[in-house]
Design a protein around this ligand. Structure first.
Ligand code: SAH
Length: 350
């Protein structure tokens, strides 16, 4: 049993079963034993890799998209350039490098990073040192200014609750104990559940996931964009409407039982973009492959390929495929762009 599993078993023994969201929050961000608080999980040595760690092209193209959106909105100054859950800081470093020559963009940008893990803040400080970032704990603390924001694989790490529509109504999936081991169970029927399309349209027997922190984050961002202008790009795996049980654990690059190694495995859930899009004044959404293609990834890939040979060229070509091919990340990953009413369309969409 992991040290966190022992703590959770004790807690449940004393105070009863916990929600999937409580469990996820403890596993990911427990101050001593949490997955993100104790390690840098990215890259070949870690448990998973993300688009910016696969290729510099991802950050370069999205950086130029943000800068184009800023120009299209009359180059507001100052503005907040924000990232939620910046991981190793690679995506923001690529964004800043690609936009160096956009006149006035860096001068007007106030770089703000929302990051819960002190350990990862230290990692992010290294590639971003020259840009003097400020770190904040919560999306609610974003300043009231024009906002140009990116969040890649942030929403999937936020704690979800799971509900099942049984014959007597909605019940919540809980984590309790059987023979002193963590196990899934169900709450008594609930008087009410969140009022989103996934709940309204669920047939009997369906499992629906709700990501309340994601809805809160999207509402905070959308309100600022409505007030002050700007654009937000949310990139993640998921779809339109809750997809059933998508809670998954990843440990040493391999799938794991979500209850088996609390604190030592990454826990995520697919993102339901529908209730998030509903919070925007205006939104656009498409697959990652389609958006990167419209932003010019094929031409950028060809340019970079000119300076490469042998194994480096092979791995560059593989990275291009991995980001865009429908059988890899191209269609599982989606991009939701939020803008204000009447604003120019966000770059990267038809
Ligand atoms: N965007 C990065 C990393 C994604 S992993 C990339 O694409 O590589 C998720 C990131 O979100 C990590 O930096 C993690 O520490 C952070 N995070 C997770 N939950 C958070 C929360 N509730 N508040 C702030 N940051 C959080």
């Amino acid at each position: 049993m992991t040290p966190l599993a022992r703590l959770l078993v004790e807690r449940i023994r004393e105070t009863g079963p916990i929600t999937v969201a409580d469990y996820m929050a403890e596993c990911l961000l427990h101050p001593v034993h949490g997955y993100y608080t104790t390690r840098d999980p990215f890259g070949a040595g870690g448990d998973f890799t993300t688009a910016p760690e696969i290729s510099q092209m991802f950050g370069e193209l999205l950086g130029l998209a943000l800068a184009q959106a800023w120009l299209d909105r009359g180059s507001p100054a100052p503005f907040t350039l924000a990232e939620l859950g910046p991981g190793r800081g690679t995506l923001m470093a690529d964004i800043l490098r690609a936009t160096r020559t956009v006149s006035g963009f860096h001068e007007a940008a106030r770089l703000t990073l929302v990051e819960a893990s002190p350990r990862l803040r230290d990692v992010q400080a290294v590639p971003l040192a020259t840009y003097q970032p400020s770190w904040i704990d919560r999306v609610q603390d974003l300043p009231e200014t024009p906002l140009f924001l990116i969040a890649n694989e942030f929403l999937d790490a936020l704690p979800i609750r799971q509900f099942i529509r049984g014959p007597q109504g909605w019940q919540e999936r809980l984590i309790g104990l059987r023979d002193d081991q963590l196990t899934f169970g169900l709450s008594a029927p609930l008087p009410q559940v969140p009022d989103t399309p996934a709940f309204r349209h669920a047939p009997e027997g369906a499992l629906v996931e709700d990501n309340l922190p994601a809805r809160h984050a999207a509402a905070e961002v959308s309100t600022r964009i409505a007030r002050h202008g700007g654009v937000a790009y949310w990139i993640d795996y998921g779809g339109w409407r809750s997809q059933g049980d998508t809670l998954q654990a990843l440990r040493n690059h391999a799938p794991d039982d979500p209850l088996a190694h609390p604190g030592e495995a990454d826990l995520t859930a697919h993102v339901d973009f529908e209730p998030l899009a509903a919070l925007a004044q205006t939104f656009a959404w498409d697959t990652q492959g389609a958006v990167l293609t419209r932003l010019g990834i094929d031409a950028r890939a060809e340019r970079l390929a000119r300076n490469l040979t042998g194994a480096a060229l092979e791995s560059h070509r593989a990275a291009h495929r991995r980001l865009t091919d429908p059988s890899e990340m191209g269609s599982l990953f989606k991009v939701l762009a939020m803008t204000s009413a009447g604003a120019p369309p966000p770059p990267g969409f038809a």
